[in-house]
Design a protein around this ligand. Structure first.
Ligand code: SF4
Length: 323
């Protein structure tokens, strides 16, 4: 049985209607998203800004209430859990945020920041026990015991993200949603933090949902890749198969947009950025979500939405892909 199973998830935000007296509308952010994830595996979720990947991550953790579909955690529908059970489950489902410094309360010592979730999950622990567990969590992320007495302003970006990871693992989670966890860090530090997450995954058997727009970072850490475009999943594939040859034209365009490390080759390249503007989520296209920007689009693409179909162990949603 999968640790996490998401079935046809829908997430939307209510927004005011176009006129003064018109009804509120729902802004669809995630549409008909399904996935499953096992312990010790990483699902990389990629797509442009505004494609719904961060909203998906938060809806999995029920930090945002879905408007449809199901999130099954170890076979149990999260929506059916009573408040007490949901609180207990929260220890198993954690998140790491993009901006490590902003995510830490500047008035608290790092020891208190790290142990704070534990005080909620295990209210019977003494202060000394909380402090000891915080030191242990800091040690697991490569920070010495003396960091427990320091404050966030004393940290580098990489150290701050390590503290964020310590806070996420202190309660013994089974799944961590990593929401752009390295995009605010220097390139030299990014690899250290990603390697730390991979080491922790090995040690603790964590499942990771790794959300990023950086395809190189996602490639390093992920076992499987899921591509989102305008709230919809357009491709799901094992990592190596995906990077060898993405099937969906949107995924191919994302791959072409990755900058070349060699400036000479980068200058000679064409098609570095995705063509055209993202359509508005308020007026989503009737057909394929990529139709207005797809160089291969035919008439059918604008009228009929392609379903995700199987192609030898991977899935893609495009009318033109042949089996
Ligand atoms: S369905 Fe049509 S518009 Fe969409 S990706 Fe495929 S070819 Fe392009």
């Amino acid at each position: 049985m999968s640790l996490l199973e998401v079935r046809h998830l829908e997430v939307g935000y209510p927004v005011a209607g176009p006129g003064l007296f018109s009804k509120a509308r729902v802004l669809p952010i995630v549409r008909d998203c399904s996935l499953s994830l096992e312990a010790g595996r990483t699902l990389g979720v990629v797509g442009e800004s505004g494609c719904g990947k961060s909203t998906l991550g938060r809806a999995i953790l029920r930090l945002i209430k879905p408007t449809g579909g199901q999130v099954l955690w170890q076979g149990q529908d999260m929506a059916s859990l009573a408040a007490e059970e949901l609180r207990r489950r929260r220890a198993e489902l954690q998140i790491i945020f993009q901006d490590p410094v902003a995510a830490l309360d500047p008035r608290m010592t790092l020891g208190r920041i790290v142990s704070r979730p534990l005080a909620t999950f295990e209210p019977g622990l003494s202060k000394a026990q909380l402090a000891a567990r915080a030191v242990e969590a800091l040690r697991l992320v490569g920070l010495s015991a003396d960091f427990a007495a320091r404050y966030p302003h004393e940290l580098s970006g990489g150290q701050a993200q390590r503290v964020g990871i310590a806070r996420a693992i202190i309660g013994g989670p089974k799944l961590i949603v990593c929401d752009e966890p390295v995009s605010a860090l220097d390139v030299s530090i990014q690899a250290q933090v990603v390697n730390l997450l991979m080491d922790l995954q090995d040690q603790l058997g964590l499942a990771l949902v790794f959300i990023s727009h950086n395809l190189a970072v996602v490639r390093h850490i992920s076992h499987d890749i899921m591509v989102m475009c305008l709230g919809r999943v357009v491709e799901v594939a094992p990592r190596d198969a995906f990077y060898a040859r993405p099937l969906h034209p949107y995924a191919q365009a994302l791959m072409q947009a990755v900058p070349e490390p060699d400036p000479v080759r980068e200058k000679g390249r064409v098609g570095q950025s995705l063509p055209g503007e993202l359509p508005s989520v308020l007026t989503p296209p009737k057909g394929c979500v990529f139709a207005s920007r797809c160089p291969l689009a035919v008439g059918r693409c604008h009228e009929e939405r392609p379903e995700l179909r199987e192609f030898g162990g991977r899935q893609a949603a495009c009318h033109l892909i042949e089996g």
